[in-house]
Design a binder for this molecule. Structure first.
Ligand code: PLP
Length: 413
C-alpha cells in the first residue's frame, strides 16, 4: 500500500470519528429527530430511548450506573460543572458568612479546563494548592496526602496528562479522598476508552470525558456524578429546563449523544487489542529515535504512560525548524502560541524541562488507524530532520567536541 501524506499523529488533540459511529448517528439528524423532552408523542419517546441507550453505553465503559451520567458539550464543560459545582456545594462558609471558604487540591500540569476554573474559584475566595509533580510527571497519593487540610473540600487530579501521557495514582488518591470525606474529581479525557476504568473500584466521585478523543463526535461529552456512597451534590452552573437531573439544563444533543454512546461501546470492545498494538508502535518510534540520536529525552515516567502517546525532546535543534522539516507528519510541538510569542509548554516546564528542550519537543500521538508503515516513515523522517538540523548547528559541533555548551558565557556586542 502506498503511504498517504500527510500522516495524522495528533490523536491526543482529536480523533477522527469512527465510521461506525457516524452510521449510528445518521438517522437521528433526519427521521428520528424528536426532542427527548417531548413526553407526549412517539418522536420524543424515540429520542429518549436513544439517549437512554447511550447513557447505558457510556456508564458501562466506566462501571457506573446509567443514572450517574450527565451529558455535556465535552470535557471543558464537564470539568467546569464538576469543579465549580462541587466547590460551591461543599464550601465551608454558611449563608451570610461572606466569601466562600474551602481548600482545593490540584496540580500545575492540569489542562487549562481544570486550571482556569480553579483560578476563578481562587478569585472568589477559595484556597487552591497546585501540586508540583517531580520530573516523571506523576502525582502520587503521598503528595495529595501531604497537601490535605482540615478544610479541604475537593481534589481534582487528571488521570492521564494530555501532553506527556503520564498516569497519576488515581485509584490511590481516590481511596485517600474517601477516607478523608473529600470529593474527588478526575479529568479522564485522555484515559477513558483507552484503559479499563471502574469508578467504584477506582474510587472516583466525579469524572470528565469527551467524545472527540475516543473516535466520537466533537461537542459532546459526559460527567459521571456518583449517586451512592457518597452521594455527590453539585450547584448547577446553568439554569433552564432542568434536564440531566438539573445539573445541565438545555435540550439534549441527541445525535452527538448517540455518537458518544457508540464510541464508548466500540472502545469497550476493542480497547485491549488496540492498547497492545499502539504500545508496540509507540515503542518502535521511541526505540528508533533513542538508538539513532544522542541528546534526546522521552519526557515523563518511563512506564506509567499511555500506550499511544510519546513526548520527546531533542537537544540542539530549534523547535520551529524541526516542525517545518517534518511538516508532512501532523504532530504537536512543545510550544504554545500565545498572542505575542511562542511560549514553551507549561507542562514540560512543570516537569523541570528547560525552555530550550521544551521548545524542541514533539508530542506524537497514535490512533486506531495508525499503521506500522506510517510509524516507520515518521520515525525515519524525524531522525533525518534532527540530523540535518544538527549538521547546521555550531552548538552541536561544540557539544561533540566535549564543550559544555550550557557553561559558555555569551557576550553581547
Ligand atoms: C486532559 C484534557 N482535558 C480537557 C480537554 C478539553 O476537552 P473538550 O475539547 O472536550 O472540551 C482536553 C482536550 O484537549 C484534554 O486533553
Amino acid at each position: 500500500m502506498t503511504l498517504k501524506l500527510p500522516i495524522y499523529m495528533d490523536h491526543a488533540a482529536t480523533t477522527p470519528c469512527d465510521p461506525r459511529v457516524v452510521e449510528a448517528m445518521l438517522p437521528y439528524f433526519t427521521e428520528k429527530f424528536g426532542n427527548p423532552g417531548s413526553r407526549n408523542h412517539s418522536f420524543g419517546w424515540e429520542g429518549e430511548d436513544a439517549v437512554d441507550n447511550a447513557r447505558r453505553q457510556v456508564a458501562s465503559l466506566i462501571g457506573a450506573d446509567r443514572k450517574e451520567i450527565i451529558f455535556t458539550s465535552g470535557s471543558t464543560e464537564s470539568n467546569n460543572i464538576a469543579i465549580k459545582g462541587a466547590a460551591n456545594m461543599y464550601q465551608k462558609a454558611g449563608p451570610g458568612e461572606g466569601k466562600p471558604r474551602g481548600h482545593i487540591i490540584t496540580e500545575i500540569i492540569e489542562h487549562k479546563a481544570v486550571l482556569d476554573p480553579c483560578k476563578r474559584l481562587e478569585k472568589e475566595g477559595f484556597d487552591v494548592t497546585y501540586l508540583e509533580p517531580g520530573p516523571d510527571g506523576v502525582i502520587t497519593r503521598a503528595m495529595v496526602e501531604g497537601a490535605m487540610r482540615d478544610d479541604t473540600i475537593l481534589v481534582t487530579i487528571m488521570w492521564a496528562n494530555n501532553e506527556i501521557g503520564v498516569i497519576s495514582e488515581i485509584p490511590e488518591i481516590g481511596a485517600l479522598c474517601h477516607e478523608k470525606n473529600v470529593v474527588f474529581h478526575t479529568d479522564a479525557t485522555q484515559w477513558v476508552g483507552k484503559a479499563p476504568t471502574d469508578v467504584n473500584t477506582d474510587n472516583i466521585d466525579l469524572l470528565s470525558m469527551s467524545g472527540h478523543k475516543i473516535y466520537g463526535p466533537k461537542g459532546v461529552g459526559a460527567l459521571y456524578v456518583r449517586r451512592r456512597r457518597p452521594r455527590i451534590r453539585l450547584v448547577a452552573l446553568q439554569e433552564g429546563g432542568g434536564q440531566e437531573r438539573g445539573f445541565r439544563s438545555g435540550t439534549l444533543n441527541v445525535t452527538g449523544i448517540v455518537g458518544l454512546g457508540k464510541a464508548c461501546e466500540l472502545c469497550a470492545a476493542e480497547m485491549d487489542s488496540e492498547r497492545d498494538r499502539l504500545l508496540a508502535l509507540r515503542k518502535k518510534i521511541e526505540d528508533k529515535v533513542v538508538s539513532e540520536l544522542d541528546v534526546v529525552q522521552v519526557n515523563g515516567h518511563p512506564e506509567r504512560r499511555m500506550p499511544h502517546l510519546t513526548n520527546i525532546s531533542f537537544g540542539f535543534v530549534e523547535g520551529e525548524s524541526l516542525m517545518m522539516a517534518t511538516k508532512e507528519i501532523a504532530m504537536s510541538s512543545g510550544s504554545a502560541c500565545t498572542s505575542a510569542s511562542l511560549e514553551p509548554s507549561y507542562v514540560l516546564k512543570g516537569l523541570g524541562v528547560g525552555d530550550d528542550l521544551a521548545h524542541s519537543s514533539l508530542r506524537i500521538s497514535l490512533g486506531r488507524w495508525t499503521t506500522e508503515e506510517e510509524v516507520d516513515y515518521a520515525a525515519n523522517k524525524i531522525v533525518e530532520a534532527v540530523r540535518k538540523l544538527r549538521d547546521l548547528s555550531p552548538l552541536y559541533d561544540m557539544h561533540q567536541e566535549g564543550i559544555d555548551v550550557s557553561k559558555i558565557e555569551w557576550q553581547a556586542h
